[in-house]
Write a protein that binds this ligand. Sequence first.
Ligand code: MTE
Length: 398
Amino acid sequence: MAEGALRGPSDYSQEPPRHPSLRINAKEPFNAEPPRQDLVASYITPVDLFFKRNHGPIPILDDIGSYYVTIGGLVGRPGRLSLDDVRKLPKYNVTATLQCAGNRRTEMSNSRKVRGVGWDVCALGNATWGGAKLSDVLQLVGVQYHTEITPSGGKYVEFISVDQCPEEKGGPYKASIPLAQATNPAADVLVAYEMNGEVLKRDHGYPLRAVVPGVIGARSVKWLDRIDIIEEESQGFFMQKDYKMFPPSVDWDNIVWSTRKPQMDYPIQSAICSMEDTNVVEPGQVTVTGYALSGGGRGIERVDISMDGGKSWFGAHRYQKEDVPYVAGDITSDKWAWVLFKAVVDVKGYTEIVAKAVDSSANVQPESVDSIWNLRGILNTCWHRVRLLATPNLRSFI
Ligand code: MTE
């Protein structure tokens, strides 16, 4: 497929400023996540604290007068759209959580070494994305709603960026989604130009990015250059040689990448964020807060907390907006967004607190990391455990 003419920088000399409290997991390319407590301090994640996941230098597309997204491939009438053209389409605000498939990779690597940038539990964020629906954008080139295959055989939509990624030998980041999802207005796939009511920041894809709700973050391509209708899934590195879930028996000596499909929806996930792994606190009551989410628009049916390693459980309070009761699947809930949870527990001595979530299809997080271990360390969704030492006379202990 033809690639566009725009190119991002090839070095890191022009990176944007970033919030000082982000935890930097890799400097070049820049990969960072917020501290745990900051992540769950609000339902909508502030842009500055939103995790940043990059595979190359951040593009600069300031000359907006010469910026176009080319739409082509297997369509009747290819075209190109300026930012203004996209802004003229009906605008939608979709609150959706973007989660990197590598979220919680460090914990998986601690069990058995994996390759990839280490992430704690905060490689995700919840934002209100503003933009045009991809289904409306595709109508402009003659592809109707609910099309699964175009007359010329197109079955996927490929997003092509302008950044230069070493994994693509200096070429752009690419990913694809099925045409049926792209042309379904209810799937809420956006060509977004706003994040939390502000113009997208460079770090998050200015001027235009794809937002694919309910799907691993890797498919929400930033800094769009082209949108192509293609016959097969994108052959890009990040679709074919990465972001695939292999069984624990596969290692770097026997891996055959073509045996697995690219990962799309993310599975049921939750994590406790109100404390680090090794907090020291006064004995007594402690408030446990965290997030739970599931892919494909599935809601969160329960978040269970255990204080005895999983022998007994009780339900945590779940919420999106503090004053509106959360009910999975209810029209008042944000279908594509995380659910925060809260529980008050008593702690004394060495205490382990465990969280696991259940989604509206009754999918449950697996107990152990070993059963889902995979060589790239993606989709670590095992029960989340934090350990505390609750000791009196904290001041003298410290
Ligand atoms: N798009 C481009 N062009 N380049 C990238 O490196 N990273 C992807 C996705 N889109 C990436 C990209 C990955 S792996 C994730 S998890 C999300 O962007 C992260 O989006 P964010 O940095 O806005 O949080």
